[in-house]
Design a protein around this ligand. Structure first.
Ligand SMILES: Cc1cc2nc3c(=O)[nH]c(=O)nc-3n(C[C@H](O)[C@H](O)[C@H](O)COP(=O)(O)OP(=O)(O)OC[C@H]3O[C@@H](n4cnc5c(N)ncnc54)[C@H](O)[C@@H]3O)c2cc1C
Length: 411
């Protein structure tokens, strides 16, 4: 259903400019403009529309063709793994992740009901394994951290690991089973959020935002100037453009540097008639490198991923894919038999302290929802809740205050 005061000219046809998908008709359109249609922007738009706010989401790329989209959300593996991704020094972020993981089952049920789209949520847990003795020492330390964080994580011997996952290499030294670390298909999640947002009344405008104006046109507090020349009036704007957030001009130095962290991965498929290669997400430490295999119910397996700090470079490289395949094959030699269906590269949006930036900035009405780095899929439910709270009360919920968008300015 189109938002009040917004004329929807249906889904753009091939002959129609994409920017004409939605036309604002009058000043009563003003409400919330969300810039960016990755998972973070879309969950914010859906939750805000559910709260009765007039919402327009601005995104240049189509949600229906993930392979053509540049969003990190369309590349992500979809692991919801706060336990097996626990990192020393990142405890508050892990606690936010644990909160969000705990919200996932209800979030998925509500979203699937609202959108009519299944999002491939799998509750089969995650097995983290160590390849050599040094990797096992790291895994043992990590298990201590997991216990301190209070997450479910069971230490397993090499034989117990292989009993769970028979295709693991015999050389695997041991592992940790995290029964509550699940997975979801982020591409389906994107589509479901788009459909649920539309049904809740959010409109969508196919264009890139170039600048946030203060004041906006027609007496509005803010405005968003678009690449097609239109300016959308707004009471509130949420900048959720991933690692491209800095490219949108804003009225004041309120967007901290967002660094792109490149990840290369492969999508592959178990040949028809063959049994699954792994039954749950398998993460591994292989001579210090992190690797993972994420299976989907339809036989797809996502194998990833590199972490490279090379600015906005999105070249797929032989070296990057080789590293991913080398480590995955060390852990599960049977990956050699998989059929490669797609190679992908995405840019994780990293904030200066690797923690998300949520809620109001010092520019009245301008919010950030950015910097989700390696955890944007995991953090989708908690981000939607926190941003809807911020848009309706101008404050963040208590648990999210550490991640306030203006924290650097405050310090
Ligand atoms: C290889 C890889 C694997 C990952 N695996 C996982 C995982 O297993 N689990 C997990 O939790 N996270 C994972 N992540 C991280 C996760 O993908 C990100 O944290 C999350 O997708 C960030 O979402 P976002 O909406 O902020 O940004 P994005 O998904 O990048 O979306 C930003 C959107 O903004 C749009 N945009 C850009 N400029 C403009 C503009 N000027 N105007 C309007 N729109 C604009 C873009 O087109 C894009 O659609 C992974 C990331 C990568 C790269």
């Amino acid at each position: 259903m189109p938002a009040k005061g917004v004329e929807r000219s249906a889904v753009p046809t091939q002959n129609e400019p994409r920017s004409a998908a939605i036309r604002p008709t009058n000043a009563s359109d003003r409400g919330v403009v969300v810039v960016g249609g990755g998972l973070v922007g879309r969950v914010t738009a859906w939750r805000a529309a559910q709260r009765g706010l007039p919402v327009t989401l601005v995104e240049p790329d189509p949600v229906t063709d993930p392979a053509a989209a540049r969003a990190a959300s369309a590349v992500a593996a979809g692991m919801l793994t706060p336990a097996t991704e626990a990192t020393f020094g990142e405890e508050p972020l892990m606690e936010l992740g644990i909160r969000s993981a705990g919200m996932y089952a209800d979030f998925v049920a509500e979203l699937e009901e609202a959108s009519g789209i299944s999002v491939g949520y799998r509750t089969t847990g995650t097995l983290l394994v160590a390849f050599d003795r040094d990797d096992l020492a790291v895994l043992t330390e990590l298990h201590g951290l997991q216990r301190r964080l209070g997450v479910a994580a069971e230490r397993l011997t090499s034989r117990e690991c292989r009993r769970l996952e028979p295709m693991l290499a015999p050389s695997v030294r041991g592992g940790v089973l995290a029964p509550d670390d699940h997975s979801v298909d982020p591409r389906l999640l994107l589509r479901a959020l788009a459909a649920a947002g539309e049904r809740a009344g959010a409109a969508e405008y196919t264009a890139a935002a170039e600048e946030v104006l203060s004041p906006g046109p027609e007496g509005a507090r803010l405005g968003v100037r678009l690449s097609d020349g239109h300016t959308l009036p707004a009471d509130q704007v949420v900048l959720a453009a991933g690692c491209w957030g800095e490219g949108v001009r804003v009225p004041g130095p309120v967007v901290p540097p967002l660094r792109p962290v490149k990840g290369q991965l492969l999508r592959a498929r178990v040949p028809d008639g063959e049994p699954p290669i792994v039954h749950r997400t398998v993460r591994g430490l292989v001579r210090g490198f992190a690797t993972y295999l994420v299976p989907r119910a339809d036989g797809e397996v996502v194998i990833g991923a590199t972490q490279e700090e090379l600015g906005h470079d999105t070249a797929l490289t032989v070296g990057g894919l080789w590293q991913v395949l080398r480590d995955a094959r060390e852990l599960v030699p049977g990956v050699s038999e998989l059929e490669v269906t797609e190679t992908c590269v995405g840019l994780r949006p990293g904030s200066p302290d690797n923690e998300p930036l949520l809620g109001p900035t010092r520019v009245p009405g301008l919010h950030l929802a950015a910097g989700h780095f390696r955890h944007g899929v995991l953090l989708a439910p908690v981000t939607g809740e926190a941003m809807a709270h911020a848009l309706t009360t101008a404050t963040l919920p208590e648990y999210a205050r550490r991640f306030a968008a203006d924290r650097t300015a405050a310090r």
